[in-house]
Design a protein around this ligand. Structure first.
Ligand code: PGA
Length: 229
């Protein structure tokens, strides 16, 4: 059972999926599930403004996040979307996802700069890390930065594979993250989480939510997951 009073973060990472129409249909047809948890949708950045508008107009209980952000402030950085541009359209930002590291060659140094940019505008970074590099990856942040962030433990082999880590191992990693960071912050687990498995992760004392790709793309599977948490 989830610990009483533990407010979970249920984060949907839509990656490069969905047209704008599909995104709007998703949020407008999503059933109004009564939950005390934070349900955070991270759509493609281009859809933020229309989705934020609909969420406000219809008083939907979604929060919004972005999937990445520029490591730079305003300036001559062609193609980059800065944290300031997001303004108050989103509260959270995923940074350092393994797909960004792998396909866009992002470095820990760039990820650290992204975190600084986000914190400067009052957004909460969701920093993705993986087991083999925990110590090295966390070393790029100050204790104060980590204390204002969310950490997502995402084992590479579990992402999109249908083969999640075990909840017990995720709990061990969450404990290790707390030891290394020497500060309190929510730790999420991400990698092939579904409606069937979400509870097994969030019932672990140190797991404060999940970061979900595949199972967040469809209204029925995401609604089932939110209801199961
Ligand atoms: P998945 O993706 O749920 O499809 O494994 C998780 C993620 O990449 O954040």
């Amino acid at each position: 059972m989830t610990q009483a009073g533990k407010q979970l973060l249920l984060v949907a990472n839509w990656k490069s999926h969905k047209t704008l129409d599909e995104a709007i249909t998703f949020i407008t047809t999503f059933p109004r599930i009564k939950t005390d948890h934070k349900v955070i949708i991270c759509p493609p950045t281009l859809y933020l403004r229309p989705l934020a508008h609909i969420i406000e107009e219809k008083a939907l209980s979604f929060l919004l996040g972005i999937q990445d952000v520029s490591p730079f402030p305003f300036g001559a950085y062609t193609g980059a979307i800065t944290a300031q541009m997001i303004d108050n359209m989103a509260d959270y930002a995923i940074v350092g996802h393994s797909e960004r590291r792998r396909y866009f060659h992002e470095t820990n140094d760039e990820i650290a700069r992204k975190v600084k940019e986000l914190l400067e505008v009052g957004m909460t970074p969701i920093i993705c890390v993986d087991e083999p590099y925990l110590e090295a990856q966390l070393a790029f942040f100050t204790q104060q930065e980590l204390g204002k962030s969310v950490i997502a433990y995402e084992p590479l082999a579990a992402i999109g594979s249908g083969a999640p880590d075990t909840p017990e191992h995720a709990q061990e990693i969450a404990s290790r993250i707390h030891q290394l960071a020497e500060v309190e912050m929510p730790v999420l687990y991400g990698g092939s989480v579904t409606a069937d498995s979400v509870k097994t992760f969030v019932r672990q004392p140190l797991i404060s939510g999940v970061l979900v790709g595949g199972a967040s793309l469809n209204v029925d599977s995401w609604a089932a997951l939110v209801a199961a948490a």
